[in-house]
Design a protein around this ligand. Structure first.
Ligand code: MN
Length: 205
């Protein structure tokens, strides 16, 4: 039979991102929320023509699929990216080609941070903020509702996500309650710029 999607293991411990993201939030977020999206995605595609396709293939034609595929396929992909673009050794600023592209597109790293933070704090309700590489190879900041993402054909602004921030309340409420801007501010301390740079290089190639 075809391989089902697997919940990717965290590459660091639940408490590794403290004090910026607390251990209990990480445990519930990964072991309950992400596991749920993964299991529900597998259930939604079982026995269908989507079995055996990559998640990118599924998301690129998600307008033809059920809400369960859209919501859980997005949830599976988005969280898989999210764990990877954070690290206990994160923070600071990007270097190399990614830094050059951010400076060219946004003016400076701080102006990029402001644009991304605004996208994250102003996304109404549940959703995600993104830094993407669009079809012309340019960087752009955007946000999406619920578990949508810019890989989806239904997304108004399409591209390859290289950085994403989960702004669902389940991502921060235990530690930050209603203070989403404080969570967004703390996020910069754990961004794994090496991973973001790798994703930028892959998206450009
Ligand atoms: Mn989440």
């Amino acid at each position: 039979s075809l391989m089902a999607f697997q919940l990717p293991p965290l590459k660091y411990s639940f408490n590794a991102l403290e004090p910026h993201i607390d251990a209990k939030t990480m445990e519930i977020h990964h072991d309950k929320h992400h596991a749920g999206y993964t299991n529900n995605l597998n259930g939604a595609i079982e026995g269908s023509a989507l079995e055996g396709k990559t998640i990118e293939e599924i998301l690129s034609q998600v307008s033809k699929q059920s809400p369960a595929v859209r919501n859980n396929g997005g949830g599976f992909y988005n969280h898989s990216l999210f764990w990877e673009i954070m690290s206990p050794d994160g923070g600071g600023e990007p270097a190399g080609a990614l830094a050059d592209a951010i400076n060219a597109r946004f003016g400076s790293f701080n102006e990029f941070k402001a644009a991304f933070s605004k996208a994250a704090t102003t996304q109404f309700g549940s959703g995600w903020a993104w830094l993407i590489v669009d079809a012309s190879g340019e960087l752009a900041v955007t946000s999406t509702a619920n578990q949508d993402n810019p890989l989806m054909d239904i997304s108004p602004l399409k591209g390859t996500p290289i950085l994403g921030l989960d702004v669902w309340e389940h991502a921060y409420y235990l530690n930050y309650q209603n203070r989403r801007p404080d969570y967004v501010s703390a996020f910069w301390n754990v961004v794994n710029w090496n991973e973001v740079a790798n994703r930028y290089a892959n998206a450009k190639s």
